[in-house]
Design a protein around this ligand. Sequence first.
Ligand code: SF4
Length: 407
Amino acid sequence: MSSASRPVIAAPTAGIYIHVPFCRAKCLYCDFYSLADRDDAVDRFVGCIAEEIHRAASRVRDWRFDTLYIGGGTPSLLTPRHLERIVTALQQVLGTSRIVEFTLEANPGEAPEEKLRAFRDLGVNRLSLGFQSLDPGLLKFLGRLHDPRDCNRTFGAARRAGFDNINADILFNVPGQTLRRWQSDLAALVELGPEHISAYSLTVEKGTPLRGMVAAGEVSMPCEEVDAAMYARAREYLPGRGYNAYEISNYARNGRACRHNLHYWRGEPYLGFGPAAHGFDGARRWWNVRNLDGYLKRIEGRNSPVAGGEELDPVQLHNEQLAFGLRLSGGVSVTADLGYENAADFTNRYEVQLERWADHLALSGEQLSLTEQGTFLADTIAADLFLEGRKPVPHRKQRPPAAPARG
Ligand code: SF4
């Protein structure tokens, strides 16, 4: 066993995640758990979510929840009545009085103003819009149902409905996308002015149609240099326009970092409800069955929806804290987060690696972070610092999405 011991978790605040697995259509690249054409199951699904929330009560009495994130899938396909039922269950069972950030994901063109207003009235105070691109051709290629005008319309509707905290998801490294086009998307986004921008590199995930097309030679992904150039462009452009690069792929205006996603990156606890949702209590992780019908059947049959779980040992916890914490601009504390006695304990152990990554890592007091140059090789550097060469379990498909492979 290494010199790192399991960090003490001093009752951190926690997040609640609810996975809504319904979409109008399945996008080419998507490996989130979601299904098209299952409107028939929405009512049952909402009833099961309420039931799962009720069952959680005894397990989390001491938890203090401060964020709620409804992701998917496309949660904006729920009706306000559905959302009200979920919110009521949360209020009754887990308490929502301390929740300061309540995010709901919505797709452009699928969230009319009236509905957004009703969501706002139910307490949603942050909207995450899946723009993905502002190029009609690229949106079509990606299998998205909206066009750039829908992005503008839904954004305007959200503002009129009272949302003053909006995230826009945007992709780069898309086949056919030029650096010039990417720059123009960034400029248009800045002009629109969401409070938060998540800019991810498109990755080819197993089991997606995109994977099949790439394997068959029908589509070529941009080369690594183009991917890196697009990443670099976002990292240069957005901070110069008031968006802090507080995480490798996430940018926010002052005070608008996503508090829910920070729970994931900081290794703090969260509860997950719905098919494929994950929960984590600081030491143990578990996950629900990744199948809508299986989930409904288990809940309605009074069985647990949990399909698996694992206790993370101190080495795994260390490696996960390192991998996710290094993604944050503030980095990780080598004492509080990684469990070393002090900074000297850490530097003694990692002398070789700190020398190797002298231009890529910075240790300021007890805080270890990546330099801007280091963000290009985040995964490689984190892996070089893992204890006993053990990789952390990849971040599951729950917001925030899996890290783009940089390095
Ligand atoms: S990318 Fe979003 S909208 Fe598209 S299928 Fe996946 S969850 Fe649904």
